[in-house]
Design a protein around this ligand. Structure first.
Ligand code: ADP
Length: 484
């Protein structure tokens, strides 16, 4: 698939440190999850390379933070324009290494680029404050300054957007960044970095450390333990989030963590059922169910339970599965064999505990799994507690609103939640009662660049996107000026 790139020079397989492409002492394979075939071998950087990158980012910080917000904005805007101009190629790289359908991949390019566009604007609006004095001989000011060198560790499910969502506010604020992209999807990250260089982002301001799974752990240690790195942003599993938080404790690093979810999707008797079915399809089966905001548990009130399941099953059966480059495909392969095995485990467990199979249920060839729907789910099933991260939706039946809220909240996670209702009183009651950072009401897809994306409880710390996220990349400094 990579032979078809319009601009073959976007296929970068070396890492980027201080504006230089680094071949590394070792290499690792990147494979196509749809075919299992090798796509490229990529520089496998080490902990020592991470130290070099941090030093480069520290040197670059001096010049980058000295630019005005508007000057940084102009460069970021160019980067945005280049990403959009290369949507086809970036989408192609992404579908090849990640598997998502090509149309979805191009959608991610636009979504990912939108963070750069938006934070390019925000770069001009990092405002301070003047406060009323407590003594007329004094004046009190608050200024915001870039926090410094930042690190970003990103996952494979959104190979582009998870990078830009972190890097755009950091660069806008005047910080420099060292990125460690997921080992399964480094090609998209490296192409994005190449476009950053073309946009005029100076050497050392953005560094990308490609590495395999083992070296990623070592690089992670360097990023966490360094006292030059002042902020770490991570998107990935809660388990790894805990490790990173622990590793960051000695240097009291500021953390943004976007971790696992276990999203409930509630459908009340008064819902618009067709809209709820559409929302469930979009929320559950997008990216083959591999997003942290995918509906993981569907709760449907008894009055509409049968009709909802019947309509949803018909839609699920119609989803075309295949190579993301094939026309009309709505679900690609899962990212790796372990992901397929986890879906199978959840499906088998649900069926063994009395679940009723309504659609799918089986592994296909390679890393493909049928879009699956199981009715009559119960709280003792694995899918009730764990994030499946695959194309399987279990449906639970409920009677009362309180019962649905209690079930929805019965998890250590608190990222996204969804519910469908047309009753305005219920909409406020349920929205306020759900212990989640995000609530989609009559909407199955809710992320965009200018809203605060993030979770409560063990789903993470901080918010990404929106003006709130800029706060993560600045330090507040209070100035008390006396003898006026
Ligand atoms: P996922 O479930 O999305 O694969 P992970 O949390 O395993 O999420 O991985 C997300 C990112 O974290 C990847 O870039 C991966 O290389 C990195 N990673 C995984 N384990 C560690 C670790 N112990 N230290 C630092 N980074 C890690």
């Amino acid at each position: 698939p990579l032979a078809l790139l319009n601009d073959p020079t976007l296929l970068k397989t070396d890492a980027l440190i201080d504006g230089q492409w680094i071949a590394g002492t070792g290499r690792f394979d990147v494979n196509d999850p749809a075919t299992g075939l090798k796509l490229a071998d990529v520089a496998n950087l080490t902990r020592a390379d991470a130290a070099t990158a941090i030093a480069a980012a520290a040197r670059a910080l001096i010049g980058w933070r000295a630019r005005t917000g508007k000057e940084r904005s102009i460069v970021l805007r160019k980067w945005f324009d280049l990403l959009m101009a290369h949507t086809e190629d970036l989408g192609r790289l992404m579908t090849a290494e990640q598997g998502k359908p090509f149309a979805e991949a191009k959608g991610e390019v636009a979504y990912g680029a939108s963070f750069i566009e938006w934070f390019a604007e925000e770069a001009k609006r990092v405002n301070g404050e003047t406060l009323p004095q407590f003594d007329n001989n004094r004046r009190l000011l608050v200024m915001k300054q870039p926090i410094g060198v930042c690190a970003a560790i990103t996952p494979w499910n959104f190979p582009l957007a998870m990078i830009t969502r972190k890097v755009a506010p950091a660069l806008a604020a005047g910080c420099t960044v060292v990125i460690k992209p997921a080992e399964l999807t480094p090609l998209t990250a490296l192409a994005v970095a190449e476009l950053a260089l073309r946009a005029g982002i100076p050497a050392g301001v953005l560094n990308v450390l490609s590495a395999d799974a083992d070296n990623s752990i070592e690089i992670g240690k360097e990023l966490c333990e360094s006292d030059v790195v002042r902020h770490l942003s991570f998107t990935g599993s809660t388990e790894v989030g805990r490790i990173l938080m622990r590793q960051c404790a000695p240097t009291i690093k500021k953390l943004s963590l976007e971790l696992g979810g276990n999203a409930p999707f509630l459908v009340f008797d008064d819902a618009d059922i067709d809209s709820a079915v559409e929302g469930a399809i979009a929320s559950k089966y997008r990216n083959a169910g591999q997003t942290c905001v995918c509906a993981n548990r569907l709760y449907v009130q008894e009055g509409v339970y049968d009709v909802f399941i019947e309509k949803l099953a018909a839609k699920v059966k119609s989803l075309k599965v295949g190579n993301g480059f094939e026309a009309g495909v709505l679900q690609g392969p899962l990212i790796e064999d372990a992901a397929v095995a986890k879906v199978q485990r959840h499906v088998d467990d649900a069926l063994a505990k009395g679940g009723r199979l309504m659609a799918g249920g089986h592994k296909l060839q390679g890393q493909f799994f049928e879009p699956t729907l199981i009715a009559d789910a119960t709280p003792d099933m694995l899918c009730a507690r764990e994030e499946t991260f695959g194309p399987f939706a279990p449906v639970f039946r409920f009677k009362s609103e309180q019962e649905a809220i209690d079930a929805a909240n019965a998890t250590e996670f608190g990222l996204a939640s969804y519910f469908y209702s047309r009753d305005v009183g219920r909409i406020f009651r349920v929205a306020e009662a759900l212990e989640y950072g995000m609530v989609g009401i009559n909407a199955g897809v809710i992320a965009t660049e200018h809203v605060p994306f993030g979770g409560v409880k063990q789903s993470g710390l901080g918010r990404e996107g929106s003006h709130h996220s800029m706060e993560d990349y600045v330090e507040i400094k209070y100035l008390c000026l006396g003898d006026i």
